[in-house]
Ligand binder design. Sequence first.
Ligand code: SF4
Ligand code: SF4
Ligand code: SF4
Ligand code: FES
Length: 984
Amino acid sequence: MLETIAKRERDFGTPASTSTDMVQVTIDGTDMQVPAGTSVMRAAAEAGINIPKLCASDNLEAFGSCRLCLVQIEGRRGYPASCTTPVEAGMVIWTETPKLHELRRNVMELYISDHPLDCLTCPANGDCELQDMAGVVGLRNVRYGFEGANHLNDAADESNPYFTYDPSKCIVCSRCVRACDEVQGTFALTITGRGFDSRVTAGQHDTFLGSDCVSCGACVQACPTSTLMEKSVIDMGQAEHSVITTCAYCGVGCAFKAEMKGQEVVRMVPWKDGQANRGHSCVKGRFAWGYATHEDRMLKPMIRSDIADPWREVSWEEALNYAASEIKRIQAEYGRNAVGGITSSRCTNEETYLVQKLVRAAFGTNNVDTCARVCHSPTGYGLKTTLGESAGTQTFDSVMFTDVVIVMGANPSAAHPVFASRLKRRLREGAKLIVIDPREIELVNSPHIKADYHLPVRPGTNTAVLTAIAHVIATEGLIDEAYVAERCEPLAFQQWRDFVSLPENSPEATEAETGVPAADLRGAARLYARPGNSAIYYGLGVTEHSQGSTTVMAIANLAMATGNLGREGVGVNPLRGQNNVQGSCDMGSFPHELPGYRHISDDTVRGQFEKDWGVTLQPEPGLRIPNMFDAALSGSFKALYCQGEDIVQSDPDTQHVAKALSSMECIIVQDIFLNETAKYAHVFLPGSSFLEKDGTFTNAERRVSRVRKVMEPKGGMADWEVTCALSNALGYPMNYSHPSEIMDEIARLTPTFEGVSFKKIDELGGSVQWPCNADAPEGTPTMHVDQFVRGKGKFMITKYVPSDERSTRRFPLLLTTGRILSQYNVGAQTRRTANVLWHGEDLLEMHPQDAEDRGIRSGDMVAIQSRSGETVLRADVTTRVQPGVLYTTFHFPESGANVVTTDSTDWATDCPEYKVTAVQARLVTEPSQWQAKWSRFSDIQMKLLAQRKQGAAAAEPAEPAKPGTPKAPVEPVVAAARVLSPTE
Ligand code: SF4
Ligand code: SF4
Ligand code: SF4
Ligand code: FES
């Protein structure tokens, strides 16, 4: 049963051996066979014999420092440590003898003689390995007294907002240091001093906050005492029960044990059996969950007829009826297709499925889209075209079998940190690394990792770089001919081969355009194509371009040409940004596709849905998000239901988006906070945080993982219930009693999900990778094993077409955007946590040469202006970016990064070209006009919200007025809202 898990999961002491050779040993009189290389400690644990231990843990290499795990081995002198002693054939081992008991008690006595005797008031009381082991070895008293030199008064380091380091309790077991090195790969901790003076030190005698520590929490989890301890546990005490669920931040999809006291989270502990994260986590999932109970949470439904009006808190029933009546009114007035909806990549599969069903069946239109439009839609198009399936091909574990890794347009250490830790581990084992990125991302040069090649591609020229790599592979005889002949369409391959072999595609011919030195590119191509396993991991730096889909196809071409698809250790792996971006695409959120990526115009497929849903569906695709905005501005699109997505902050060309929203008559926002989009809304429906949800998320590996409710929805209704209620109010019945029934419907209608159910997921240990059906009843870890999903793989011609966004005399610099570890997407969640300590504002990275040309120094205010707009950010002068390139993040609304990004989009999918914006930069002394307007508009909207809080809504008419109805005199603040919407 996964719902409640024992407080501490079983620990076998040392990692499992991967050997297939078996060795026979006898432990405490029991004969057993274990793989060669297994430690005596682990062999015993597998026989159910727990040898006392302190410095060992099965996620760390054995260290042998605490001397508590001594055993007796027949024929051997002394008492070896069982954690560092591997089994040998015929070994006869004794783990419990009077002598061992005495030795262990003596060791424990020394530890306790320099340890505070405050167990009863210690926050770890009842969850402390030192305390447990003292009991196990039978220590009753300490003979040495406590008067001598000790560490009992050492000062604690409280600098990290989430955990404390209290050296008075440290037993110097080094588990924290090893966890930071081996599990996280940050190498932030060392043991300084010797003997009695040994102590854990973060960085160069820094505090934890001042060191390189990234607050992943691996050391806290590893610590067998309360030396490293979550502040939430210190404040709240030990948890009473726990629930396994899935992180709602990034596309890694880490499993967590939410440890609870009643309805309150005490701490989130990465779940050891989580198949995506294997017991690891990052600062967001582990610590940044406080937003869920933040005072800014919106818990009451609200309505207003105009964005210049104060909000009026109403019952759920009134809000939903009002929303339904507005949709009906607008459809009656402007036509069925004047309305639409946007699904959320943060919500569950079940919730997302329901929203697209609501739009198609209850609204009666295909005007549904998802935020994947603005991130990975080119992945869907590119991989479907070449391989036949719109998803990544591997598990995260697969990287442990990779010999050469390309990371392109992705910064896993910041955006997919738990995968980055796994990748780094593999790189430390000797795998080679090629980074293709305009910036020197952390992986290029970090502790114990150095990229073999960093190709600093000029923004916008990805396709040319990959085609040049293909040129080298094709012209230097590096193609896996047998693989291609067996698995790919011959004509398309030949055309591709001829195309990439053209001299104009050579590294030398493209070097000036791409900025990548030809020799490096040739070296990287040879490395990727060499025999063995090569894998490509890529991110939004590939997709968010005018040639995003072409670049994805170029990636698939490379993998096919070198035979790197269809087994462990290889593949093409899109690193998905948001927790359920894969799922939102799978669930039919795109206007042209029903769940399972089947085109809406396919009569057979559409007929299945029509029969099941009892409606007639339109056979034509609906509007994509950018088309919705354009249609709103031209007057034909009037209402939008937007669940869990902040399009005003996240979509490009903010002023264009705001103008489009301002021109609609009914915007329904469902969210946990009054986000930037909600400032333009007429109906606000409170959303639920992931802690309040039941359902599933699908991560970047196609892994469908259970999300389990740990507390009741704070607004009173779960998100899926809200969608059902809105549908019912519209007259299309939607009745489910539990999200599992929604998944059953998804499975019934979607071949790749045919075998998925909540029960199946539980049976398989918490997750399953689709496709899961009769052919693959336990899911599909690796795609395209014997053949591609489309049959024969299809090579595509990837002609490089320069982006319209090019540096010019007016806009000589190229701006590219990305994320940072401590913040997430639009920051609505992480900005409401202590994560702001690491990143409290978006900065503009600029090369020293460009900075000097403009008289700019770090910390100066710099205006960046594009053809879309202007914003002002503080400069960070750094060589992480190349000359001519600027970089910023987009986590804070006031930064206005997307005021500057343009309407340039991917040719195939309309995914915005966030990664290339031609700009000018200059030193200024004040915010931009847009920022000043945004600030005033936001203030007004907050005041309108506060007026609701102060009961001013009582002055509102009982029934909301129809748009256009003359209004009573309004307060100045209200009048100002009408004119200050920052749309121009
Ligand atoms: S929190 Fe993570 S990064 Fe920081 S010291 Fe601990 S293990 Fe290292
Ligand atoms: S802080 Fe904890 S894990 Fe680190 S050395 Fe001290 S007791 Fe061991
Ligand atoms: S944010 Fe991503 S890497 Fe971090 S804990 Fe959540 S799922 Fe894991
Ligand atoms: S557990 Fe073996 S020496 Fe510490």
